[in-house]
Every structure is written in C-alpha cells, then in structure tokens.
Design a protein around this ligand. Structure first.
Ligand SMILES: C[S@@+](CC[C@H](N)C(=O)[O-])C[C@H]1O[C@@H](n2cnc3c(N)ncnc32)[C@H](O)[C@@H]1O
Ligand code: SF4
Length: 380
C-alpha cells in the first residue's frame, strides 16, 4: 500500500509544544498547564523517541529528509520552552542528521507574559528567525473575557522587545470576541498601534466556539463580525499588506512560508502530541499521520488517495490568493453552470479574478469561502 508510493524529500517540520501557563476559556488545541520541570524533560524524551519512530515511517515510505526549509514550533506556548528547549531541539535534529538549508524560516509562537528577554536573545542565536506573537486583542476587557493571562501592557512590552531585538515577527489577532458589541474595541486604533511596531505579518482569526461557551450569549452577531473582518482587511491592505489567505496578511515577501506549504499541499512532517503531518508522494497522493495524545509516542496513519489529495488541494487553494485553475477540477458538461456561478460571484464583488483558469476570491469572497467551495464542488 504505502510502500508503492514514492515520497519526495521532506524539508518542512512542525513541532507541537503542549504546555501553557494557564488555559484560556475558548481554546480547543491540545495543551495542559505546565507543572514540574519534569513535564518538559518528559516531553523532550517523548520527542526523541517520536523522532526514532518517525525515521521508521520515513523508511517505510521511501522518504528522505532534505535540509530544513521551514520549521514551526506551535502550541500550546512554545516560548515557555525557552533557550534550553530550542537548544535541545536543534541538537536532537542534528543527531538525526537533519540540517537547515541556507535560507530557512524558523518560527516559534510566543505569548505575551510567557517569555524572557534572555531566552529571546538565546533562541535568536540558535537560529530562530521568526516569532508569532499571540496578541489577540488590545482591549483590556476582551482579553479578560478570553481569560488570557496577559494584559495590554504585556503586549506593548513584548512587541517593543521584539522590535528592539530586530526580530521578524507576526501577530495573531482575533475578531468576533465577547463583549465587543458594547463598543469595547476600536479595531482601527488597535491595528495602528500594532503596526507602529512594524510586524511583517498578521494572522486574524474569527473566534469559533460551541454553544456551551461561557460567553456564547455575549458574542457579536454575524453581520458585526463580517464588517469587522472587512474593515481589518481594508486597513491592512491600506498599510501595504497583502491579504494572501483567508486569515492571513503579509508585507510583500513576508508570507508564512511554512503555512503556505500546507495550503499548497506540500509535505510537512510533524512531531508532538496532536500534531499532524503529511507526506506527499510523487504520484500526487500521500500519507497523513497524526500523533496520539498519549504518554509514549504513537500515531495513526491514513493513506490519502489521488482523488482525495486533489479534492483537498481544491479546498485549500481556494483559500489563498494565488488563484486556482477551475478547469482542472470541474466537469466539462458543467462548464456553462460554473461560468454563470462565477459571473454571479463577480457581480457580488466576491472575486479578485473571475478568469476560470486563475479564479481567486476577494476578501468578501474569503468570508463565504466555505459556501462557495461547497457550490463549486457540486460541479466537479
Ligand atoms: C493554539 S494558539 C497558540 C498560540 C499561543 N498559545 C496563543 O494563544 O497566543 C494559535 C492561535 O489560534 C487562535 N485560536 C485559538 N483558539 C481559537 C478559537 N477557538 N477560535 C479562533 N481562533 C483561535 C489564536 O489566535 C491563537 O493565537
Ligand atoms: S495560551 Fe494559546 S494554546 Fe494556551 S490555552 Fe491559551 S489560546 Fe490555547
């Protein structure tokens, strides 16, 4: 089965660091409160053992490491791992013969309130060259409602320190937060405050929670959130950022190279509890694996067929501004219907390009990307 596939070489790696100082009330990611020093030591042992298992996975699929082009440490709160943790990781990779390319991107997520300047200087020396900061909001009341441990002042201190250390950094920002409707936030002021620190990138996520969420009844309605999203998109674009993916903005040349690999269906290996990796084969199919959230490393593996891969690429490519060739996907007898749907979307302002060979969504199209994708899939 998998052995028949020829996996191309792999040059991207995601590491999941599963600890935080405190758990925010809206977060669904795999994490727990960091306790004893032994928590991190056990995690490091887990990582070393999982890398051994991962080598077997590569061997079974004929995969090889190429020098690392992108490495991303997410969480959880990986800034808590600190300089010692990053040094451990870099050594571990080296022991397995995994080197870095000349022009690699090495990102770590950092929470305001969970870092030290010494660690930041140390990880910079170790090769980290991009930081993703979990700002989320610059409104004290919404940060409190989210149960974040950081306050607005911590954000300023963090961005100030990163700018002072000349770090390339991105900010995570959230929309549609509790209590916003009472005029708690001024998105325009928040954006200009953040941009004054000169980030190269922003990820903006609309809060998604289930009905049991503690603040479910004080969330803004859909129209409010849509306006907020379009306002943010306009402000970022006016300030020289490209809205290059549904939730992402970048200055020219500063897109997240790591995340682009996911959106473009490239191979990305993964380590750490709950992390999911994908190995693309030369035949445009592949293997997906997800690490179980258990004490000793183990993963579930799934074969991705050529058709499944094609469908996933379709879904993901619609979310980025590169443009997609619809003619590669839709069936010939449905072309007329597709054209009329594309004209309809274009009239509604949902497209930046209505050309079937390079179809791409505008910010308002990004907002309804799911329903547009579902409709287009009915023409495949
Ligand atoms: C898993 S978090 C890790 C980053 C870091 N620990 C933090 O919280 O700042 C990655 C990002 O996902 C976003 N996120 C987390 N939970 C979310 C939710 N329920 N809905 C939308 N975005 C969410 C936040 O913007 C967060 O920065
Ligand atoms: S700090 Fe980040 S990862 Fe940790 S609980 Fe909060 S949102 Fe989730």
């Amino acid at each position: 089965m998998f052995q028949e596939k020829e996996i191309s070489s792999v040059n991207s790696l995601y590491i999941h660091f599963p600890f935080c100082r405190h758990l925010c009330n809206y977060c669904d990611f795999h994490k727990k409160v960091i306790g004893e020093k032994s928590d991190v030591e056990n995690f490091q042992k887990y990582l070393a053992n999982s890398l051994t298992l991962h080598q077997d996975l590569f061997a079974q699929n004929g995969a090889m490491w190429a020098p690392i082009d992108t490495l991303y440490i997410g969480g959880g709160t990986p800034s808590l791992w600190g300089e010692k943790g990053i040094a451990y990781l870099v050594n571990l990779l080296d022991r397995y013969g995994i080197n870095f390319s000349d022009d690699y991107e090495f990102t770590i997520e950092l929470n305001p309130g969970s870092w030290s300047k010494t660690d930041l200087m140390g990880i910079k020396d170790l090769g980290v060259n991009r930081v993703s900061v979990g700002v989320q909001s610059l409104s004290a009341k919404t940060l409190q409602a989210l149960d974040r441990i950081h306050n607005v002042d911590d954000v300023y201190k963090t961005l100030d320190c990163l700018a002072g250390l000349d770090f390339n950094f991105s900010v995570d920002f959230m929309l549609g937060l509790p209590k916003e409707k009472s005029g708690e936030r001024n998105i325009s002021n928040e954006v200009s405050e953040i941009l004054s620190f000169n980030p190269s990138h922003m990820s903006a996520y609309i809060l998604t929670v289930n009905k049991n969420y503690i603040h479910y009844n004080s969330l803004p309605d859909e129209n409010f959130v849509s306006d907020e999203y379009l306002t943010l998109s306009r402000l970022m674009t006016e300030n020289g950022f490209n809205h290059y993916e549904v939730s992402n903005f970048a200055k020219p040349g500063s897109q997240s190279r790591h995340n682009l690999k996911y959106w473009r269906g490239e191979s990305v290996a993964a380590l750490g509890p709950s992390a999911s990796g994908f190995l693309k084969s030369a035949q445009y199919s592949g293997v997906r694996y997800k690490w179980k959230t258990v004490e000793s490393p183990d993963f579930a593996i799934e074969d991705v067929s050529r058709d499944e891969y094609k469908l996933e690429r379709f879904f993901l490519n619609l979310r980025i501004s590169d443009g997609i060739n619809l003619l590669d996907y839709v069936s010939e007898e449905k072309i007329y219907e597709v054209k009329s749907f594309v004209d309809e979307l274009n009239l509604q302002g949902h497209l930046t390009s209505p050309v079937l060979e390079k179809f791409s969504l505008s910010p308002s199209g990004f907002l309804c990307a799911d329903s547009i994708t579902t409709r287009l899939m009915s023409y495949i």
